[in-house]
Ligand binder design. Structure first.
Ligand SMILES: [Zn+2]
Length: 434
């Protein structure tokens, strides 16, 4: 069994792909429109740089080869949602090609990542067919895979990984993921168009695989065709015979020039799972805990990344957890300053009472006073602690990082500033352990 996907994702831009109409959601049909996104004759498209940059980030995260120069083509077809009779898309000079997305046991090759415009939305009301052009010109990327997926489990893994990667790159996944599926159990490839939502993708695949398997068993011919997925009957249905690329006319889009993107800045190609693993590597936190906190909350991930050089990851995670517990809400980007105050105290080994945490969350100025103790006193405390915990000294000889445990224990028990304890501990350890 071979499954290939063409996934369409809307890019997070403020304006449309080829005009300056707003991408804000509107309840008012045909309110964000202009001659360009309505396809008036004589109107000229202008390329939105933010969309290109976003698509570049996705191409990079999929380890694609990046075309230095990109251009666009017109895909010609007749349908009411496209009054200018062609969709502006990319072919040979698409932004990315020949990449891959890693699953646990294989790589799914990415044939192409291309930028294209969404057509208008068709709304059917009784006998009427209405058109809403608010959607027309929405910047999309189409991610085309090779037919490398061979089980339902791999399909699930692919979607989950792709989703997390897009999430990290700031691509809105609250909007439903749309995809076309190519499925062949035997020799013939059948395309299922416009499947919306992950649940439907899985169900459509399951149905189509069973249908083709059954047909092969009964020696029936499988037509090379395009099918649609009916969510109510949970079945795929024949729509039309499959078009070939030759049937769509592709011509060069001469209203747009060729763009050199070799100097364009882009996001680093990192996956959320890789980040989670990496973070877990230098902290004392269970990778699963990090994944659970960051998977669904991009702000938490951003916060860990922003503060990880300043505080231990463990402290950041605990800060987020306390914030969420005492404020009874999920952290958002704008909470990070207040959470940082919590994190700082946790990292310094302070005990944070519910009272202190709530004051910080309420935005009140909280001053945590440290006891004033002389250097000699601190050194005495360190010696006493090491006498009472001989194992710690042994551990320190093997792993110098154990000093952090000593600092944490002594500063939190005696309400001391960790920096002062660190100086005292360094002096004592130097004299007894070298
Ligand atoms: Zn427009």
């Amino acid at each position: 069994m071979k499954i290939g996907l063409e996934v369409h994702v809307a890019l997070p831009t403020k304006s449309k792909l080829f005009c300056s109409c707003s991408m804000e959601d509107s309840d008012n049909p045909n309110s964000n429109i202009c001659p360009i996104c309505m396809g008036f004759p004589g109107s000229k498209p202008m390329l939105n740089e933010a969309a290109v940059r976003s698509a570049l980030g996705i191409s990079n995260a999929l380890y694609c080869k990046i075309n230095r120069k990109i251009s666009f083509v017109r895909k010609v077809y007749f349908y009411p949602d496209l009054p200018k009779c062609y969709q502006i898309t990319q072919m040979e000079e698409s932004i990315g090609k020949e990449g891959y997305l890693e699953l646990e046991n294989k790589k799914v090759r990415i044939r192409r990542v291309q930028i294209e415009e969404d057509p208008a939305q068709i709304v059917r009301k009784g006998m009427l067919t209405l058109l809403d052009f608010n959607r027309s010109g929405t910047p999309l990327v189409e991610i085309v895979t090779e037919p490398d997926i061979s089980t339902e489990e791999e399909l699930r893994e692919f979607i989950a990984n792709l989703r997390s990667m897009l999430y990290y790159l700031g691509v809105d996944i609250n909007k439903e993921m749309k995809a076309d599926l190519n499925i062949s159990v035997g020799e013939t490839r059948v395309e299922i168009k416009n499947v919306t939502g992950i649940k439907s993708l899985i169900e459509a695949t399951r149905f189509e695989v069973e249908r083709q398997t059954e047909a092969i068993k009964n020696n029936e011919k499988i037509e090379r065709e395009t099918r649609g997925y009916n969510e109510k009957s949970r079945a795929t249905e024949s729509m039309r015979e499959k078009e070939t690329d030759e049937e769509y006319g592709y011509i060069y889009e001469s209203d747009l020039s060729t763009f050199d993107i070799s100097e364009m800045k882009h996001a680093d190609p990192v996956y959320i799972n890789k980040i989670a693993a990496e973070l877990a590597g230098d902290s004392e936190v269970n990778p699963k805990t990090i994944r659970e906190i960051t998977m669904l909350n991009r702000s938490a991930l951003a916060m860990i990344y922003r503060f990880r050089n300043r505080y231990r990851v463990r402290s950041i995670i605990h800060g987020i957890q306390r914030f969420e517990k005492y404020s009874d809400s999920t952290m958002k980007e704008e909470d990070s300053d207040r959470i940082e105050k919590l994190v700082k105290l946790i990292d310094e080994g302070k005990d944070i009472s519910r009272e202190i945490a709530e004051d910080i969350i309420a935005g009140k100025e909280v001053k945590v006073e440290y006891s004033d103790v002389s250097v000699e006193e601190i050194e005495k405390m360190v010696r006493k602690f090491l006498d009472e915990n001989p194992g710690v000294l042994e551990e320190y000889k093997r792993n110098k990082k154990t000093v952090n445990l000593i600092i944490r224990e002594i500063s939190s028990k005696n309400n001391l500033h960790p920096k002062e304890v660190a100086a005292g501990a360094a002096a004592v350890l130097k004299s007894i352990a070298g």
